[in-house]
Design a protein around this ligand. Structure first.
Ligand SMILES: [Zn+2]
Length: 488
């Protein structure tokens, strides 16, 4: 990286470089640049015009970018003058340095940029500073940039709630049209969100808001987003069909002997959650086996109810009327048997949010938060591991990624960071070696039905079935879902 070239040596107008030496300072090997003021020194007071007197010399050290492979520091000396009459003290301006942080401007920018992806510890080591300084620089940087770095208000907004240890509930606001992050804000109650959206620039631009079934959104949207319509994320809704099916399966499971259980590679629970259209012949045979078994027949019915519920969306993509008819038929098809009660509860939920659920068919884009829900799972896992950064640092690291900062410098801004299909959306201090973000191409469109936000969770125990809120216990369960499904 040209670390050994001398071309990067700091220059400051009106200062000359006297010496450049590698030495050990506070146990750190550093390159020290000794610089001295060589500009004009006034003879009269800039304030009152009286004669100025010598007032000693000062030396201030500033952290600079690395040089010759080591942290570098500039020791900058300059004279001072004092007016005996009015007390004014003159000293030269030192350009290109940030005196508040004892760092050169170029090092300030580099430290802040590195802190987006690297831990403060690593950044501090590279520049020969303490981690707190790196953190302070970063926080200062994002505050400054925050005023300029405003993303375009999205027309299609997605709201997701995640929980982060020590920070609490965080609402993640996404641009669903461009699959980018827009912003994040602490809290998710109605007052907090109404305030947030009321202060967002151009709230009238928002025409669709996609969320889970959380009633307080209704008032927020009405009050703060005058042109917006509310749509329930179908992805969130169909996840309830899987949960209803799971509930039936567990009930049936209770009455089975070990011998009667159908063991499969990943477990029948997994097979049941698989969409029929995506099943292997082995998996299809398992379902058939259930259908023909007296004891497991109800399991096959539950599977069908799940499939039919998904198909309300899948088979009626273009007609709202047909979808509503399909739902009505589905509801009537639920057998009277008590064991299918979870499906009746699901039907009730649909009635509770009927308008918002079927608004989906009026929306000009296939609107869903599915892709953020999936990444949020990974975020939740990270947050369990994370020691917890401040919200400001987390938000800064998440929104002000390198590509965005570059775009900001060149074109003035635009859209937030794209949301990766895999890997964390948020950056915690503990996460090291994160690869540079690449912008996804259109062809990798996310299949929202293939990811289940409630995989393996129990209602009321792990999450709130009314609002979709996932409790702490549920969060840790999500981590181990894939390899640890119970099978019958
Ligand atoms: Zn004076």
């Amino acid at each position: 990286m040209g670390n050994n070239s001398i071309g990067d040596v700091l220059t400051i107008p009106h200062f000359e470089l006297l010496n450049l030496d590698k030495t050990t300072k506070n146990n750190i090997e550093k390159v020290i640049l000794v610089m001295k003021y060589n500009g004009n020194i006034p003879v009269t007071c800039p304030n009152c015009g009286e004669k100025l007197y010598k007032h000693g010399e000062r030396t201030i050290s500033f952290i600079d970018t690395t040089l010759l492979g080591s942290p570098a520091e500039a020791e900058i000396s300059f004279p001072r003058r004092r007016c005996k009459k009015c007390g004014t003290i003159w000293r030269p301006d030192i350009q290109d340095v940030d005196e508040g942080h004892y760092v050169t401007n170029r090092a300030f920018a580099k430290i802040a940029n590195s802190s987006i992806k690297q831990s403060f510890e690593d950044v501090a080591k590279e520049y020969g500073i303490v981690p707190t300084t790196a953190k302070n620089i970063f926080v200062n940087y994002i505050r400054k940039k925050g005023d300029v770095l405003r993303f375009q208000t999205p027309a299609f907004i997605g709201l997701d709630e995640i929980k982060i240890k020590k920070l609490g509930e965080v609402t993640v606001i996404t641009d669903l049209e461009h699959k980018t992050l827009y912003d994040m804000t602490l809290g998710r109650n109605q007052k907090t969100l109404t305030e947030y959206f009321a202060n967002m620039p151009n709230p009238e631009r928002v025409i669709w808001v996609c969320t889970d079934m959380y009633r307080p959104f209704e008032k927020t949207i009405k009050e703060a987003l005058p042109n917006a319509r509310w749509v329930i994320d179908h992805y969130h809704l169909v996840a309830y069909a899987n949960l209803a099916m799971d509930a039936v399966r567990k009930e049936i499971q209770k009455g089975l002997s070990d011998k009667e259980r159908i063991a499969t590679k990943k477990g029948l629970a997994y097979t049941l959650r698989t969409r029929q259209s995506k099943m292997t012949s082995e998996e299809a045979a398992q379902i058939k086996e259930c259908r023909n078994s007296e004891k497991l027949n109800k399991l096959a019915i539950a599977f069908d109810l799940k499939e039919d519920f998904f198909n309300i969306y899948d088979e009626n993509r273009t007609s709202k009327e047909n979808a509503q008819k399909a739902f009505s038929d589905w509801e009537k098809s639920i057998p009277a048997d008590d064991i299918f009660e979870p499906f009746r509860t699901l039907a009730k939920t649909v009635h509770n949010f009927y308008e918002q659920i079927f608004n989906y068919w009026d929306c000009p884009i296939a609107i869903t938060n599915g892709f953020t829900e999936c990444t949020n799972r990974i975020i939740r896992e990270n947050s369990v591991r994370g020691r917890g950064s401040s919200f400001e640092v987390l938000r800064g690291r998440t929104l002000f990624r390198k590509v965005n900062l570059q775009a900001l410098e060149t074109s003035g801004m635009l859209l937030g960071p794209s949301i990766p299909k895999k890997g964390p959306v948020f950056h915690f201090e503990e996460i090291k070696g994160i690869e540079d973000e690449t912008v996804e191409d259109e062809s990798t469109y996310y299949d929202s039905f293939s990811c289940d936000p409630f995989a393996g969770l129990k209602a009321w125990e792990d999450y709130d079935p009314e609002t979709g809120e996932i409790f702490d216990d549920g969060i840790s369960k999500l981590e181990s879902y894939e390899d640890d499904l119970p099978f019958i």
